[in-house]
Ligand binder design. Structure first.
Ligand code: FAD
Length: 488
């Protein structure tokens, strides 16, 4: 019996219907095609992944299905290894072409891609991969990278159209019941998933929300409203960077808010800049960007690590940020940087001890940004200025009235505002007066900031003189420059 010919669009971090080259090219071909997403068992059990990511993906697919209904299409969702899925297709169909975006992911997904590529070659299956956003595969250095980025961003948006499908496909690897139960629920405290919501957020940012973007960007409370909040949509591909770039650039309401517009457009470039670093060396998930820092000895106290993870360090801004991100999946850049800085410098922990914890909590987890940024804040790149944040100063400067702290640390509500940033400074009489006991109602500070800050500075700057660190600096500069300023 002759097998039915079929093309496949393999969705990865590109769960949307517009500005989508794989879908566009599948539509151009005369073969019928299926749109698939694979919840890959070995990939989703990697320690970077959490239920909130899977829920976001699942609900993004439902949003896509809703839009595809008219065309008698929907995404086919598999629960299996990619090799099993393509093995099944190969056995039962004549696969023409598989279309996908390039995945700028972790080592594990890269190795899976190599395995799939070998499989396709063996069976004469064509795999067409398209560039994801402004990230270029196979570059050896950054010559001409910026120029290319602008060219890509200014190219016309791909306007996808869809034919009606008549394929009847019976899924041999459907989502198991227990997995469905995990992903079907969607906590209200997270940003809602899918392209429809992505556009709502992007529009509200441009129309009004983002007009004071650059003024509030460092403030943990105000930034929740005035930042773009498009990161989960970009990370899972509900929006392309080009869609966001062109929409923001030409939005009339931002004409008179040039600081805001410039600020967010610059960061869209940083998005690709960081992923490009990771695309060149995805081993940054496991090892220091500057290998010389692998030799740095850390205290790695498990109690301190746990206190950080639980938001119980006794430093209100650290604890409020950790609890906010646990509950909502988002905090602003500065506070992410502060959390990592506190972990690695003040608590003297190896960055690897905390990197998956935050990866799991960030709804916008994007490996290409997460690992390089984490290491920048941990001071293990050897080329960036090491910034050791003082959480009390951050708190006083950026949440002066303590409203963010009070939202996330209700136990501090009893105490006068003047002590909110440093509750341990209350005398025992005051503690009695306000019925608030430090170490009982809220932890005492886990470290002495002055001492831990000095020790950290001596350690990290001292290590910069190590010959291996210096040698590595040269290699990193050759590969990843032009360097960019990426603080707020
Ligand atoms: C330790 C650490 C880990 C991080 N992990 C992630 C991550 O996993 N995923 C992620 O998207 N961002 C990450 N960031 C970068 C940044 O904090 C978030 O992109 C930003 O807070 C997202 O909110 P927004 O969409 O409102 O950003 P906006 O300020 O509105 O910016 C718009 C977009 O630009 C990009 N962007 C903004 N700031 C940066 C930056 N500093 N570097 C690179 N791209 C940027 C993001 O795609 C963002 O959505 C991390 C930062 C740090 C310090």
């Amino acid at each position: 019996m002759t097998k039915q010919t079929l093309d496949i669009v393999w969705l990865k971090r590109d769960i949307r219907l517009d500005d989508h080259a794989p879908l566009y090219n599948a539509e151009l071909s005369s073969n019928p095609y299926l749109i698939i997403y694979i919840f890959e068992t070995s990939i989703i059990s990697h320690p970077d992944t959490s239920d909130r990511h899977l829920q976001f993906v699942y609900h993004s697919l439902l949003d896509m299905d809703n839009q595809l209904k008219y065309y008698n299409r929907s995404t086919t969702k598999f629960y299996a290894e990619a090799i099993e899925v393509f093995g099944y297709f190969e056995e039962h169909y004549q696969i023409g072409t598989v279309y996908s975006h390039e995945e700028n992911g972790i080592q594990k997904t890269w190795q899976r891609d190599l395995e799939i590529s070998r499989f396709f070659r063996k069976h004469g299956i064509v795999w067409k991969e398209y560039q994801r956003d402004g990230v270029i595969r196979g570059v050896k250095n950054r010559d001409g990278w910026d120029k290319n980025w602008y060219i890509t961003m200014n190219q016309p948006i791909i306007e996808n159209s869809f034919s009606k499908s008549s394929i009847a496909f019976s899924n041999p690897f459907p989502l198991p019941k227990n997995f469905l139960l995990r992903v079907q629920k969607y906590p209200k405290s997270f940003q809602p998933a899918g392209s429809t919501n992505a556009w709502k957020y992007l529009k509200s940012f441009c129309e009004k929300r983002g007009h004071f973007y650059h003024i509030h960007i460092s403030k943990p409370r105000q930034s929740r409203e005035s930042c773009g909040r498009i990161s989960p949509y970009l990370a899972w591909g509900n929006l392309s960077i080009r869609q966001a770039y062109q929409f923001i650039k030409s939005h009339p309401n931002l004409e008179s808010h040039k600081g805001a517009r410039r600020g967010i457009l610059t960061r869209l470039k940083w998005h690709c800049h960081f992923i490009q670093k990771f695309e060149v060396e995805c081993a940054y998930e496991y090892r220091c960007i500057n290998k010389g820092y692998e030799l740095l000895q850390r205290d790695n106290s498990p109690d301190k690590l746990n206190a950080w993870k639980e938001g119980m360090t006794g430093y209100p801004m650290v604890d409020a940020c950790m609890r906010a991100v646990k509950q909502t999946g988002w905090i602003n850049f500065r506070m992410r940087a502060m959390l990592v800085s506190f972990l690695c410098h003040h608590l003297d922990q190896d960055w690897k001890n905390g990197v998956y914890h935050l990866a799991q909590l960030f709804l916008d987890y994007e490996p290409g940004i997460h690992y390089p940024q984490f290491q920048m804040q941990a001071g293990t790149t050897g080329i960036n200025t090491v910034r050791i944040y003082n959480p009390v100063k951050q708190s006083i400067d950026h949440d002066t009235d303590g409203s963010f702290l009070l939202k996330w640390l209700p136990e501090l509500q009893k105490i006068p505002v003047q002590y909110i940033h440093e509750p341990w400074k209350m005398t025992s009489i005051e503690q009695e007066l306000y019925d608030f006991r430090i170490s009982h109602d809220y932890p005492a500070p886990i470290v002495d900031l002055k001492e831990s800050g000095k020790a950290a500075r001596d350690k990290i700057w001292g290590h910069r003189k190590h010959p291996l660190v210096k040698q590595e600096q040269q290699r990193i500069l050759r590969t990843h420059t032009r360097r960019q300023k990426t603080t707020d």
